[in-house]
Write a protein that binds this ligand. Structure first.
Ligand code: PBG
Length: 330
């Protein structure tokens, strides 16, 4: 039997801050944050990204400094993305397989600077291809699945050899999680995790990221032939089921806030660790609103991050990671 008014006054537990804290159903801690960082060539380089206010590309030494910062802030994991020099971008994205590419050098620098930090690396070819697609294309512009998947396996192995802790395939090719898992096992990397970008939508919210990795001007067409249709939720559950069956340790939903319904359904259905990527466009919208005097950036950021936890996320990839960790530290 539920009480009714006035025996039941739901405001009672809301009146005092101590009580609100006591009954809070969800908490956010720095351990729930994964910090995406962009790597660029050079030494002592910091390049602000115009469409991602407050976010920069760093040369490898700067990435090492960010890793120490993450450790000091209690952020457990860093995700790396390269701005590959333009002259190294080819139709087949072969720079992705170079054991001395930006990502591999950044991984080693992080492991040197702050070995207690986890390193997540993106598996996809878009920062390495001339055409900006995540895989190899044929004459008609179709992204070839199986050929691409075979290269992604090599890319994952190169990253694991360099010291990556989590391989995160973001390419949406069919069958690549199983192929990568098998190669990691055979290649002596049984404890390297796979976080599958399982439900990744063909989103308009990725624009600033493509500026950050230098692929936006290059991209021919769109990614709707491999990334998911915004209209679909059941299909997301099938994607997740498949990636888990192929050996994904954790799964991701991306973008974040427009897809909280997907996060909740995935969590309820599979009871596995679910992560969200609060993507570049989501971050940029909050920054733009705050800069225009239309909202309080810190409050907006923290509310969105808690929403991911409430929806069922174990953690969130977010450009707000250092800000949020600082705010949480008080
Ligand atoms: C690459 C990749 C993208 C993002 C993460 N990995 C862009 C894309 O698919 O075009 C987007 C992240 C962001 O917008 O912050 N496959």
């Amino acid at each position: 039997m539920t009480a009714s008014f006035p025996a039941l006054r739901l405001r009672r537990t809301r009146v005092a801050p101590w009580s609100r804290r006591m009954v809070a159903e969800t908490v956010l801690t720095p351990a729930d944050l994964i910090w995406p960082l962009f790597v660029t060539e050079g030494e002592g380089v910091e390049e602000p990204i115009v469409t991602l206010p407050g976010v920069s590309r760093w040369s490898v030494d700067g990435i090492a400094a960010r890793a120490r910062e993450a450790r000091d802030l209690g952020i457990p994991c860093i995700a790396l993305f390269p701005n590959t020099p333009q002259h190294l971008r080819t139709p087949d994205g072969r720079e992705a397989l170079n054991p001395d590419n930006l990502i591999c050098r950044a991984i080693r620098a992080i492991k040197d600077a702050a070995p207690e930090i986890g390193v997540l690396t993106d598996v996809a070819l878009d920062p390495y291809t001339e055409h900006g697609h995540d895989g190899l294309i044929d004459a008609a512009g179709y992204v070839l699945n199986d050929v691409t998947s075979a290269i992604l396996v090599e890319q994952a192995l190169v990253q694991a050899e360099a010291g990556a802790d989590i391989i995160a395939p973001s390419d949406m090719m069919d069958g690549r999680v199983g192929a990568i898992r098998a190669a990691l096992e055979a290649g002596g990397h049984p404890n390297v995790q796979i976080m599958a970008y399982a439900a990744k939508y063909a989103s308009a919210f990725y624009g600033p990221f493509r500026d950050a990795v230098g692929s936006s001007g290059r991209l021919k067409g769109d990614k709707r032939g491999y990334q998911m249709d915004h209209a679909n939720a059941e299909e997301a559950l099938r994607e997740v089921a498949l990636d888990l069956a192929e050996g994904a340790d954790t799964v991701m939903v991306k973008p974040g806030l427009p897809y909280l319904d997907i996060i909740r359904r995935v969590k309820d259905r599979f009871e596995v660790p679910v992560f969200a990527y609060q993507v570049s466009g989501e971050y940029a919208m909050i920054e733009a609103a705050a800069a225009a005097g239309m909202g309080d950036r810190d409050a907006l950021a923290m509310e969105t991050l808690l929403a991911f936890r409430r929806a069922g996320c174990s953690g969130v990839l977010t450009y707000f990671a250092p800000l949020a960790a600082r705010l949480l530290a008080g």
